[in-house]
Ligand binder design. Sequence first.
Ligand code: URA
Length: 434
Amino acid sequence: MLPYQIIEKKSTGLELTPGEIAFFVNGYTKNDIPDYQMSALLMAIFIKGMTNEEMLALTKVMLESGDRLDFSKTDGFVADKHSTGGVGDKVSLILAPVLAALDIKIPMISGRGLGHTGGTLDKLESIPGFNVNLSVNEFQQMVLSNGVSLIGQTRNICPADKKLYALRDVTATVRSIPLISASIMSKKIAEGIQGLVLDVKTGSGAFMQTYDDSKALAESLVAIGNLYGIQTSALITDMNQPLGRKIGNWLEVEESLACLGGEGPADLMDVTLVLGNEILRMADPGLSSEAAQQKQQAVIDSGVALEKFITTARLHGGDTRVLEKPESHSRATHVVDFPASRSGVLQAVDTMQLGFLGIELDAGRRKTTDVIDPDTGFMIHKRLGDPVQTGEPLLTIHANKKPALDSVLSQMEQVFEIGDEPVDAPKLIYEKIG
Ligand code: URA
């Protein structure tokens, strides 16, 4: 087989065999096939798509490129939640300790910020000392003893995806349903889980901005999960505005602490608890949604879920004093309101653009080697459909660098659309798949 012939076959729209996909991906992982040939194949896949058979073959070869965790001898239900990415989406930080407090085992392999979206690992690292780079063995042991651990993709878990993902990130080939599906699901299957709930975002801050694309992605993720014997469901949820009020790494941890303390914003809590219901009902099919919700609320009200979060941070090496006293964490030096330029009703938020403005404040990365500033970000004051008066703050910017603050202020007007027409707040949860 020649890489050249495989690229040409895909670029003309023909279906690749599992053998051809394995040859190419394994060759790339072992450095036998160079970046430029893999980039060409990725772009051909991006443009021509993949059949289900091709997508499954890609998932399999990425999964088999590394180790798989084995929880088969573990008592209790082993599960995970995964989001396709959004702005202000901190659900994992809240849901993982809530579920662990309810005896679900959560081996969560998370990602870093990607494009305009934030990443769970970057948020966790805003807790001084928090180490997300555990070995597979340490990770597995912590899941068994503590109920939850959150790490990044190691060299041993789906190394083919790790290498391919970095290449996709710089060749504009991320936003492809078969490539996203194989990438996410190979890592989730490698976790050795029994249940998986996917939060597939749709709207102006999601990778998939149209509803049809979000639904197609949800269906494809669920189909792969079920094929591998994992109980899988997906909720399509709104990302036409940030989730919760705070955006930025430490700001999001702070908001997660408020949620675990029973004082989270309603939208964020609703999405979190509905996703949690899915997992609890997979573990115990006799449980009603109402009962599942009450169980989650009970571990929040009793403080057990918050305690689980703090213990988990401590086990990961984190300095938990900032979790017990959030006001002791460092703060951005510039905290500046952005006022509305007219009165009316908030009609639309360009959530993706807001995410990119966060990168200008160093809340995210322009290139993989950039260092994140944990203190920067935004605090949102207005939601879609809210009335707004001239001069009222739409959001507050937290910045450490004055030039970045000025640049963000000068672009912020494009993020918010204020009009005269009343608009309904968007639905939060649109549909369940699976
Ligand atoms: N997250 C992943 O892990 N992979 C993708 O391709 C997109 C989001």
